[in-house]
Design a protein around this ligand. Structure first.
Ligand SMILES: Nc1nc2c(ncn2[C@@H]2O[C@H](COP(=O)(O)OP(=O)(O)OP(=O)(O)O)[C@@H](O)[C@H]2O)c(=O)[nH]1
Ligand SMILES: [Mg+2]
Length: 361
């Protein structure tokens, strides 16, 4: 039997991982077998830790996006099928990635048609950010977000709990100007609005049938390169309890004091200790907590993953994040045993396949 793959794309911090883990948990309760493939330009990923800590079968494709590392993506998918024979594999591409119809869904439909069926492409769009920053393609990041919406088969308009009803209508109208065919589903992970509708589409037999959209790869590459990409891992031991929420909030505040909120695409930290696991995020000006396990108190062996995607040179971003993490740990009387990190700008996307409708036919 073919395995169903659901690609959940959308810009950095829009809510993809939250939606995928919620859907995976809900579908597993209804008896479906679920697996997840995460994706990032670097290593030490908050998202993979987050879904693993939810007890979900998770793999990740590291060091580049699904489109550039398509054979790794297929290797992971086949590994998950062998291990757990899932009914549905959720795949979360890097948030700065677009052209997914041509470079991920196209190859799945043409080259791997015997093994997989592909759900319609879902793009998650942060309603509060769409409202404050608009959907114009004129800026570099705007170009990426605009293309993501252009190719969507469903736009999951997330975080509607943070905006007024009339603003939801305003953003929906703006989405329709970009893409008349896409269905828009207002959704909130906080209130549960729209969730069942999204799950029903993933769990249906509907398949992706939209044609790829034109794209200028030079602009796409420039838009990705505008971002600094920091991934770090800190390990320490603490014989006394400390407040993980307080530690992470202080680090997020320190980092954000050095950048404007529009520059902060997404900074996320995950702390895993012997007694708890906590993820916190900053998207634009908004900090939110995603508790996973236990209380706010951490103790024993502690690992902290730090992933920041901010408009910045890699050098400035590396310095800012390192200083923030080291200073806050010192202020709280904690000393790292291991501190590993990497910071870069994503290199130009070079998809392994790019298959358009004509080639499919
Ligand atoms: N208020 C509100 N917050 C949300 C909603 N969905 C997600 N969030 C929060 O937004 C933050 C980012 O969510 P993620 O799921 O990590 O976003 P992502 O798209 O996976 O981010 P990247 O992987 O970095 O691209 C988290 O702190 C979530 O709790 C929502 O519907 N409402
Ligand atoms: Mg994510």
């Amino acid at each position: 039997m073919k395995t169903r793959i659901a690609i959940i794309g959308g810009f950095l911090g829009s809510g993809k991982t939250t939606l995928i883990t919620n859907m995976a948990n809900s579908l597993m309760k209804s008896g479906r077998k679920i697996a997840i493939i995460m994706n990032d330009q670097g290593t030490d990923l908050v998202d993979s830790q987050y879904s693993c800590n939810h007890g979900l079968d998770t793999c990740d494709v590291q060091g580049g996006c699904f489109c550039c590392r398509f054979p790794d993506f297929m290797h992971d998918a086949r590994g998950l099928i062998k291990k757990a024979d899932p009914d549905i594999i959720f795949a979360e591409p890097v948030g700065s990635c677009t052209d997914l119809l041509a470079t991920v869904i196209g190859p799945l439909k043409v080259v791997y048609a015997d093994a997989f069926t592909v759900a319609p492409l879902m793009i998650v769009l942060d309603a509060s950010r769409a409202l404050s920053e608009g959907l114009s393609p004129d800026s570099l990041r705007g170009y990426l977000r605009h293309h993501q919406i252009e190719e969507a088969e469903y736009v999951v308009l997330s975080k509607v709990d943070l905006v007024q009803k009339m603003d939801i209508r305003k953003v929906t109208a703006a989405i329709r100007e970009v893409n008349k065919e896409a269905k828009v589903i207002p959704y909130s992970s906080v209130t549960g609005e729209g969730f069942e509708r999204v799950v029903a589409i993933v769990d249906s037999k509907r398949t992706s049938d939209r044609s790829p959209k034109d794209i200028d790869y030079d602009t796409y590459a420039k838009a990705e390169a505008e971002l600094g990409w920091y991934n770090g891992r800190v390990e320490l031991k603490s014989s006394t309890k400390f407040d993980a929420y307080d530690l992470i909030t202080r680090i997020l505040r320190r980092i954000s004091s050095e950048f404007s909120s529009v520059e902060i695409a997404h900074t996320k930290l995950m702390l895993v200790s012997d007694t708890n696991a906590v993820k916190m995020s900053q998207v634009g000006p908004t900090i939110s907590v995603d508790g996973v396990k236990g209380s706010r108190n951490a103790e024993g062996d502690v690992t902290i993953y730090v992933n920041a995607r901010i408009v910045s040179s890699p050098d400035k971003l590396r310095d800012s994040v390192r200083r923030a993490v080291k200073d806050v740990l010192m202020d709280m009387g904690l000393s790292p045993k291991v501190f590993k990190d990497d910071c870069f700008s994503p290199s130009a996307p070079k998809p392994y396949y790019r298959i358009t409708k004509k080639e499919e036919g």
